[in-house]
Structures are given as C-alpha cells and as structure tokens.
Design a protein around this ligand. Structure first.
Ligand SMILES: O=C(O)c1ccccc1NCC(=O)[C@H](O)[C@H](O)COP(=O)(O)O
Length: 226
C-alpha cells in the first residue's frame, strides 16, 4: 500500500503548494484559536480553492486527489457547520476528547470520514480506541502533550513507537508526533504505518511552515521508501 502523508497546519499557498508537489495525500487546516497554526474557515476555504485552481494549482493527478482535512478540538455543531460550509473538507480530524457517540454524530451530520486522534504514551493508551472501532474511519496516534502545553497536538514531540508493536494490522491509522526529516526513516522502518502526519517538523518557527523543510521531509520519505 502506498504511504499516506499528511502535512498539517497549513496557512499559506506556498506551503500548501510545496506539500502537494512533494506528494502529500492529505493536507490539514487547524481550527483551534490557541494554535499558532490557527486559520479561519474563510481563509482555509480560499487556500483550498487556490490549491485547486489558483497559484498553488496542482499539476498532477495525485496532487489533485490530495484530501483536505479539517482539524478541530471538541468543536460544536455551529463551528463545524461554518468550517464544512467554507472549506468543503474531505475529512474531519477530531483532536479533542470527543466521545464515540460524538464521532458518530459528526460523521452522520456531514457525511464525511472522521479521523479520531489519540494521545499515546504507553501500550495501555491504545485500549482507548476500542469503543471507536467501526465508528471512526481512521485513527491518528500522536504523542501526549508535554506538561503545561496548551495544544493537544502540534507539539513536535514523538512518543515511544514500540507501543504500536502489538497493534492489529487491520487498524488504519496515521503515525504522528515529532516526525521530521531526520527521524522519518527510522519511524517507517520500525513501525511501517499506513500513514504519517507532520507539522512542527517542517516549520522554521511555531506555525511557520518552511518550503525547504517540506521538501527535505519528502526527500527523506522517498529515500526511506527506496
Ligand atoms: O498543530 C496544532 O497546532 C494542533 C492544535 C490543536 C489540535 C491539533 C493540532 N495538530 C494536529 C495534527 O494533526 C498535528 O499534525 C500532529 O499533532 C503532529 O504535530 P507535530 O508533532 O508538530 O508534528
């Protein structure tokens, strides 16, 4: 199976263009006002539209097919309505404490696939996914936020990937948390995840995506795959 690659926290056409040219299968927008990657639904909608037909327009079929992911944290219906209306995302990523019932409700309300994020530190944390199986379409395994961190994700810290060793092979997920061009080869070798997700590792400062770092990351992924 080809590896899914999500570049998250995009705010500029340049960064989105670099992600698409590099071969991202997913691109993420963060709708969380405490995040340095926060973007308004209207701005994300414009960026997405530009990616489909403007300055950052894709030139290959693979780029056109990349999926827009809207990332929210315990968002209510009114905010989700606004995001879905403005962005027309292909997938919703729920990165808060959403219950299985809430995930099911969101899926049904928007008729969109949902990726549910979980903070992982030890093998026991994986038990939390059980009630979400058959409800969420995909999981995202991220590190637990460091003490005092304001963000549930995007903290640039990895977790111990060995805890994924016992995971059932049928579970579809993205590996996330502190990935970068230097550690992605080891992550792919050790974990062989169906997908990977990166944000801080392609930034020059919190929330500032760097086109050069995005390119370096894709080169590292392609070298590791070769
Ligand atoms: O990135 C954020 O600022 C963020 C804020 C609130 C909820 C989720 C957030 N990010 C979600 C992602 O999917 C990130 O890509 C993921 O946590 C990995 O981030 P990083 O460790 O920085 O690569």
């Amino acid at each position: 199976m080809p590896l899914d690659i999500k570049i998250c926290g995009l705010k500029t056409p340049e960064a989105l263009g670099a992600a698409l040219v590099g071969g991202a299968t997913h691109f993420g927008f963060i709708f969380f006002d405490k995040s340095p990657r926060n973007i308004t639904p209207d701005d994300a909608g414009r960026l997405r539209a530009a990616a489909l037909g403007g300055a950052a327009a894709p030139t290959t079929e693979r780029e056109v097919e990349a999926l827009a992911v809207a990332v929210t944290v315990d968002a209510g219906d009114a905010f989700l309505d606004e995001i879905v209306h403005a962005v027309m995302p292909d997938m919703l990523q729920l990165h808060g404490k959403e219950s299985p019932q809430r995930v099911a409700e969101v899926k049904a309300r928007y008729d969109l696939p949902v990726m549910k994020a979980f903070s992982i530190a030890e093998a026991a944390d994986l038990e939390k996914i059980e009630p979400y199986r058959g409800v969420a379409d995909r999981f995202l395994f991220d590190a637990k936020p460091p003490k005092g961190a304001e963000l549930p994700g995007g903290n640039g810290v990895p977790f111990d990937w060995r805890v994924l060793a016992g995971l059932e092979p049928s579970i579809d997920y993205m590996l996330s948390g502190g990935l970068n061009a230097s550690n992605i080869a080891e992550a792919l070798r050790r974990v062989a995840p169906p997908g990977i997700d990166i944000s801080s590792g392609v930034e020059s400062a919190p929330g500032e995506k760097d086109v050069g770092l995005i390119e370096d990351f894709f080169h590292a992924v392609r070298d590791a795959e070769a």
